[in-house]
Ligand binder design. Structure first.
Ligand code: AMP
Length: 546
């Protein structure tokens, strides 16, 4: 048919161009690794983004090339998002909390060409350099702060110096890859989700719609959720789009540091995992008040407890519990209340807020039984949750086998979460099919722990399970059948072995010795039975704390 609308692509570069014009003096404030505070406007950010994009082209970066980042939340990381994506290259954000093994795997699998790093991670990269593929390294600092290093690294600020501050961005298909983020929230090696310009722009608009009260030109938002965790939940795109100012907290994420930055910078909305907000809450208790301007908070990545939500709400902070996944850009649901619930009692409102909320526009959800049959949204029927949306991946990056397993026959992405959905659309997560533990918002693979631990000469069989923890949400515990009950392994012995392939925070907090493990009818260890047997168990650290 002729005479239709223009076929103009949805491109990320249009977001920063728009912000630089419409919200020119909107600020981006950053706590830097160098130890000081930095501020610039959206308009200044665009100038530097253009310079950086020209520097990338001068380095030979072309459409589709992967450029990696290993960095905290700060203005240079934000600039990298737009400069890399603006020229059609792919911004691959790496999670520095992964084990050295996973990190090396990811850089190799992504075939990164250049790696931009914060000062913090230079020693880590120096250690890994010989295991990593050949890369060009850039340290995200100025000449005065460049450390001695064995990476032959370039200096970020020197790359920008003297380059033009304006350009027309190239135009290309909106389905061009823009970002890459690996998740370890699956079994086996980490898997990559490749976001497109179209999915990023749509996600930005969706998040803007569902958080419009908290995200607009009158607000200042702090992404505590890292830029290396699924696009910091879309904030680097949504905030400039709506003109909300950004406050990047840098490397210090403890309650006291966050409280101080939020207070000094008048942060109105803050986004992060429950562990972070537990830390902030402790600081609020110590000081006797919340950061003055804080009025809104998004909590997600792990289940937020009713007590956490209630405590912030009582302080006058509107809390929105959100659920999402790396594979979903990430936001799938958010706990804003429907009109009729706003006048309900505090208790009724909190009961709704503790659920994972309702779906955001354009994200379709279904729950299915083991045979893949749809279950009713009656708040009772419990099934595996699957999703479909223009912001959900259609398959993992360069991994056909994992992609096949992740998608169902109708083309929906199967989440591995077990949930109910109420008649008015509230999602409630009940369990997960993935054999994983989520501690402080980061994944630990039970299967990997078990396989590695079973190599220990004193272990006949073992199972790793998650037990609840008030700060970290979940912590791993190893249930062990010793080879010789007279000479069982100690936690220290097992962790000495596991320390070779796991990060320290991934190691089990306790070992529980048993004579045998409960099995399912199909001969697998029954995690369900184990979890119910472990009900009432308290971690040693918490026992001591009383
Ligand atoms: P990731 O891809 O690392 O963001 O992990 C996504 C997974 O984290 C989901 O599939 C859930 O298992 C879990 N998750 C995310 N948000 C929540 C939430 N609000 N409540 C409970 N679990 C969550």
């Amino acid at each position: 048919m002729k005479g239709l609308m223009m076929d103009r692509p949805l491109l990320v570069s249009d977001i920063i161009d728009y912000a630089a014009e419409a919200h020119a003096d909107g600020q981006i404030i950053s706590m830097r690794c160098e130890g000081d505070r930095h501020e610039q406007t959206y308009s200044q950010a665009r100038d530097r983004i253009v310079q950086l994009s020209l520097a990338l082209e001068a380095m030979g970066i072309e459409m589709g090339d992967r450029v990696a980042t290993l960095a905290w939340n700060g203005y240079r990381h934000f600039e990298l998002y737009y400069a890399i994506q603006g020229i059609g290259a792919v911004c691959h954000t790496i999670n520095p909390r992964l084990s050295a093994e996973q990190l090396t795997y990811i850089v190799g699998h992504a075939e990164d060409r250049v790696l931009f790093t914060d000062l913090t991670f230079v020693p880590l990269l120096e250690q890994l350099k010989d295991q990593l593929p050949k890369l060009t390294y850039v340290i995200m600092t100025d000449r005065a702060h460049m450390p001695q290093n064995s990476l032959d690294a370039l200096c970020y600020e020197e790359l920008l110096e003297g380059r033009p501050t304006d350009r027309d961005w190239p135009s290309f298909d909106e389905n061009t890859a823009a970002g890459l983020c690996y998740t370890s929230g699956t079994t086996g090696d980490p898997k990559g989700t490749l976001y497109t310009h179209r999915s990023n722009v749509l996600h930005a608009m969706i998040v803007a719609l569902v958080t419009s009260e908290a995200m607009n030109e009158q607000t200042r938002v702090m992404p505590v959720v890292p830029l290396f965790h699924v696009n910091a939940w879309g904030l680097p795109y949504t905030a400039p789009l709506v003109g909300a100012e950004l406050v990047f907290p840098g490397p210090r994420l403890d309650g006291a540091s966050l409280w101080e930055v939020m207070e000094a910078e008048a942060v109105t909305s803050a986004w992060g995992v429950p562990t972070i907000w537990m830390g902030l809450l402790n600081e609020i208790k110590k000081r006797g008040r919340k950061p003055e301007a804080l009025a809104h908070m998004v909590v997600g990545g792990s289940a937020a407890s009713r007590s956490l939500i209630e405590q912030f709400e009582k302080l006058g902070v509107e809390v929105n519990h959100a659920w999402g996944m790396t594979e979903m850009s990430p936001i799938g649901t958010i706990g804003t209340l429907p009109r009729k619930a706003r006048a309900a009692s505090f208790d009724e409102r909190m009961a709704l807020k503790v659920s994972q909320g309702r779906r955001v526009p354009f994200v379709a959800m279904k729950i299915v039984d083991e045979a893949g049959r749809r279950l009713p949204h009656d708040g009772q029927s419990q099934g595996e949750l699957a999703v479909r949306a223009p912001t959900v991946m259609g398959g993992y990056f360069n991994n056909p086998e994992a992609s096949r397993k992740a998608m169902d026959a109708e083309g929906w992405f199967v989440t591995g979460d077990i949930a109910t959905i109420s008649p008015d659309g509230f999602l409630q997560l009940r369990d997960r099919t993935k054999d994983l533990i989520k501690s402080g918002g980061e994944w630990i693979s039970s299967i990997d722990l078990e396989n590695a631990a079973e190599a220990h000469p004193k272990i006949a069989q073992c199972a790793a399970i998650a037990v609840p923890h008030p700060r970290w949400d979940e912590r791993p515990v190893l249930i062990v059948v010793p080879k010789d009950p007279g000479d069982p392994p100690t936690l220290e012995e097992v962790n000495a072995l596991l320390g070779g392939s796991f990060a320290r925070w991934q190691l089990p907090d306790d070992i529980i010795l048993v004579e045998s493990l409960p099995m399912t009818a199909t001969g697998k260890i029954s995690k369900l039975t184990l979890r119910s047997l472990m009900q009432g168990y308290v971690l040693p650290e918490l026992r001591e704390a009383g």
